[in-house]
Ligand binder design. Structure first.
Ligand SMILES: Cc1ncc(COP(=O)(O)O)c(C=O)c1O
Length: 366
């Protein structure tokens, strides 16, 4: 599809197509930004759900201080679009990647996470050789048990050692409370998240008492951002996916106040029986891992099974009139796994196509 489609309605487009409801996404961006900044916390949204600089720039115009990425190559894409304050919230290892990080430091101001001296000592040497300084934060394990240094002695020793390196600026700490997002009971969820984040803020306090600069204390995802924004001592939040407010956040994380804005437009390609329809959008189009998509506007149509190129629906009385050639929208279950399957976002204002954005970070895995 080309820009010749601009102005067309959703139902004139070929499928499958990854569609954004721009009004809804923009109102989600405003809502997240206002909510977080209203609590005196900075917003540095994770870009893994969109991987698209034009969306990151919209978030920055709405008040975000920069962007969070997971990969050096994603950071390069953002930097090439003029975004300079970029957190790579991931461990970066390998000579080639350290060289690229040092190169990034020439025109932008990346921050890279670490949980071991071995990730940063070689970066220091390369930065010194290139005459640049790279900001570094320590990821602390606050209970997710994925990566992260242990809170306490390990973290303090690492911070002290990093602070002595040339070509490196120790900038603070981060943690991610991803293991607590799905807790059903709101009071229990709130308390457990505040407890986990207090591990991080106590670490930051101790580092400062020891004379180390710890400007950044970063945490928070969409599934917890309203709670994390209230935690005293957290300076910035990484919540990002809420701009699409996928089914995952609404149903599994019980996030309120945001509207789903990302769908896949599909076509009915087969009607094998009265109560079955098959769409042209399977797992290569819409990844159901983590959370299955929902059928929009057809409440009694259920997704029965997804294979590589097919999505099979079971139809109820309200949806049994669907016929071959009809278009159906599927609300994306979890954008992180679906966005990277597509070349473009198709942005709609009302029912008219307004923009086509290349997903520039697609395939940027290194
Ligand atoms: C390091 C890190 N920060 C933040 C997030 C939250 O991102 P989102 O708000 O898009 O769910 C995640 C999610 O996996 C993460 O791994």
């Amino acid at each position: 599809m080309t820009t010749g489609c601009i102005g067309q309605t959703k139902y004139e487009l070929d499928t499958p197509t990854l569609c954004i409801e721009l009004d809804l996404m923009e109102s989600n961006i405003r809502m997240m930004s206002d909510n977080i900044r209203g609590k005196g916390v900075s917003w540095r949204p994770h870009a893994k759900c969109h991987k698209t600089p034009v969306i990151a720039l919209k978030q920055i115009r709405a008040g975000a201080i920069g962007v969070t990425c997971a990969k050096v190559s994603e950071a390069e894409v953002m930097a090439a679009s003029g975004i300079d304050d970029i957190l790579i919230a991931n461990m970066i290892v390998g000579q080639k990647k350290w060289e690229r990080l040092a190169a990034l430091c020439r025109d932008s101001r990346p921050i890279v996470a670490c949980d071991h001296f071995a990730q940063i000592e070689p970066l220091s040497e390369i930065c010194v050789r290139n005459g640049v300084t790279c900001r570094v934060i320590i990821e602390v394990n606050i209970g997710l048990d994925r990566v992260g240094s242990r809170p306490g002695r390990d973290t303090y020793d690492l911070a002290e050692a990093i602070s002595k390196l040339r070509g490196i600026e120790f900038a603070g700490i981060m943690g991610y409370e991803g293991h607590l997002l799905r807790i059903e009971d709101p009071r229990e969820k709130r308390q457990k998240i505040l407890d986990a984040l207090s591990v991080l803020t106590e670490c930051a306090d101790k580092l400062r008492r020891d004379g180390l600069k710890c400007d950044i204390v970063s945490a928070g995802g969409t599934g917890s951002y309203q709670i994390a924004a209230e935690c005293e001592g957290i300076t910035e939040l990484q919540a990002g996916g809420g701009i699409f407010a996928d089914v995952f956040y609404q149903e599994q994380c019980h996030v309120t106040g945001l509207d789903s804005s990302l769908t896949v437009l599909a076509t009915v390609v087969s009607r094998p029986t009265l109560d079955r329809a098959v769409l042209d959008s399977g797992r290569k189009t819409l990844n159901p891992d983590t959370q299955s998509p929902l059928v929009k506007n057809w409440p009694d149509a259920q997704i029965k099974r997804m294979s590589a190129e097919h999505c099979e629906l079971t139809l109820g009385p309200l949806s049994q009139n669907l016929k071959i050639g009809d278009k159906v929208e599927l609300i994306v279950g979890y954008a992180d796994f679906t966005t990277p399957l597509h070349d473009y976002f198709y942005g709609f204002r009302g029912d008219r196509l307004e923009v086509i954005w290349p997903i520039a970070g697609r395939g940027k895995l290194q």
